[in-house]
Design a protein around this ligand. Structure first.
Ligand code: GLA
Length: 512
């Protein structure tokens, strides 16, 4: 028996001993005691063949409450929750709604639980051999400005693999999406970036070049294919040693990765903080994003640079000076009203930072993924357009219903998003409580008009009266309904309409 497996055996034995003690003394083993400790659950192997451990560490906070951390290769988050008998439910305090995301039961000295996927994970007592090793510390560079790359004069538009495919994205699917982006009219409507998200990564070769895994046999050939369709090609990495999904990140390999991508013909890089949080402080965000920004500029290729740091670290203040073209202002979106509502309607304070070349990113689109109503998806599209947000579709483009197409391909709404003035919209007035209500946003447009979004966040259809004077306009301004595709009339200085539950009235007002 090796030293390592002996330790594992010894720990297991110690755990088993404490369990049998528990059987003798059931009172001492009640509630939290069944789950406190350090556990490791191995998930399916990564696509590059590496093992994928999740480490759950829990301490007893009394009163059947527990708290601790959940660590994967690419992340570490705080958790807290409750235990009832052998059942436990944990939430991440970062998520405001406190909804448990990790739920399971203790049985036979193991924890059986699920989080983020239907896969059941089995937690066994942790041994030192299970520890996630971090590479040697590399100090962040001194701060210096990275010049603007001249790209993204309007918010980038395209498609990204994450929302629909997550770890299931392959070369074949990317090619299919490229074909459909052309045949569906998406490309001609402006959606030109075709971006692979996490899980493409393999391992570094002896020269330190990160190779793709078996799902992407030839990245250069794939880039050539995407380019042959008149599209641009995007990829994903992290300033940390691991991406959020646990794959190799660019830590310590920034220059070589940027050069590799430039050689493949990459046009867009999403750079996701993930495991960098295990090594660096929030105050290092700027320096580490600058490091890749500088590497991209030195690569000799013009590459859109998308920062993914979940709205941390005052990114709006320094995003442009690291060469960033867009930066995340929120946590991850999911295909549900509450998530989209939280991300989209929380953007007012970010508006000051948006300008041509530099955009706030409340995360990618969920339109067409099936868990919101058509009215909710129209709200999603309208709000993102008013916010001058990047429009990165995240649905299966081969299976779009006519309704999904009518939303993603609404040229009048896309024109609002892409307006040349590049000014992000802001909230005009809000009459919203926890049950919803009416939220009105306006966005000034090139040529003097404005987009007005009257959003009904309530649970029932609402009658609204939009007054020209509230928009600081006089008389009856010209107006066009961008979902009905028709000119409409203000009468007596107001426009009356009813707006469905979770729906929107989107007008272009006052333009010649
Ligand atoms: C983070 C990002 C997501 C996606 C995943 C991939 O959660 O915010 O947009 O890129 O990582 O692992």
């Amino acid at each position: 028996m090796s030293h390592r497996s002996f330790r594992r055996f010894a720990l297991r034995a110690a755990f088993a001993a404490s369990l049998s003690l528990g059987l003798l003394l059931p009172v001492a083993q009640a509630g939290a005691q069944t789950v406190v400790g350090k556990w490791v659950a191995y998930s399916e192997k990564l696509d590059n063949g590496e093992a994928n451990p999740f480490i759950l560490t829990l301490k007893d906070d009394g009163d059947n409450k527990v708290s601790g951390t959940l660590e994967g290769l690419g992340f570490s988050i705080d958790v807290k929750g409750t235990v009832s008998g052998s059942h436990f439910e944990l939430a991440n305090p970062w998520e405001k709604d406190d909804k448990p995301f990790l739920v399971g039961d203790a049985a036979n000295g193991e924890l059986h639980f699920k989080f983020w996927s239907p896969e059941e994970r089995v937690g066994k007592p942790f041994t030192p051999a299970d520890a996630i090793k971090l590479p040697e510390y590399i100090a962040p560079p001194a701060i210096h400005p990275v010049p603007y790359n001249g790209l993204a004069k309007t918010p980038p538009m395209g498609w990204n693999s994450w929302n629909k495919y997550q770890g299931k994205i392959t070369d074949a699917i990317v090619r299919q999406m490229a074909d459909v982006m052309v045949s569906s009219g998406m490309r001609d409507a402006g959606y030109v970036y075709l971006n692979i998200d996490d899980t493409w990564e393999g391992e570094r070769d002896s020269n330190g070049v990160l190779q793709p895994n078996h799902k992407f046999p030839d990245m250069k050939a794939l880039a050539d294919y995407v380019h042959s369709k008149g599209l641009k090609f995007g990829i994903y990495s992290s300033p940390g040693p691991r991406t959020c999904g646990g794959y190799p990140g660019s830590y310590g390999h920034e220059e070589i990765d940027a050069k590799t991508w430039a050689g493949w013909g990459i046009d867009f890089v999403k750079y996701d903080w993930c495991s960098a949080a295990k090594i660096y402080k929030d105050s290092d965000l700027q320096a580490m994003y600058q490091k890749m920004g500088a590497a991209l500029q030195a690569s000799g290729r013009k590459i859109v640079y998308s920062l993914c740091e979940y709205g941390m670290g005052d990114v709006g203040k320094w995003g442009p000076s690291v060469g960033g073209n867009m930066w995340r202002t929120t946590g991850d979106i999911s295909d549900e009203w509450k998530s989209m509502e939280k991300n989209g309607f929380g953007q007012n304070d970010w508006a000051q930072y948006a300008a041509p070349g530099h955009w706030n990113d409340p995360d990618m689109l969920e339109i067409g993924n099936g868990h919101m109503t058509a009215d909710e998806y129209r709200t999603h599209m309208s709000l993102w357009a008013i916010l001058a947000s990047p429009l990165l579709a995240g649905n299966d483009l081969t299976a779009m219903t006519p309704e999904t197409k009518s939303i993603l391909l609404n040229k009048e709404v896309i024109a609002i998003d892409q307006d040349a003035l590049g000014k992000q919209g802001t909230r005009l007035s809000q009459n919203v409580d926890k049950n919803g209500g009416i939220d009105i946003w306006t966005r000034p447009l090139a040529g003097g008009g404005m987009a007005v979004g009257v959003f009904n966040r309530g649970g029932a259809e609402a009658k609204v009266s939009l007054k020209a004077s509230d928009l600081k306009l006089s008389g009856n301004p010209k107006a066009r309904d961008l979902w009905a595709h028709k000119d409409v009339a203000f009468k007596g200085g107001a426009y009356e309409a009813s707006v469905p539950m979770h729906g929107v009235l989107l007008l272009k007002v006052g333009a010649k």
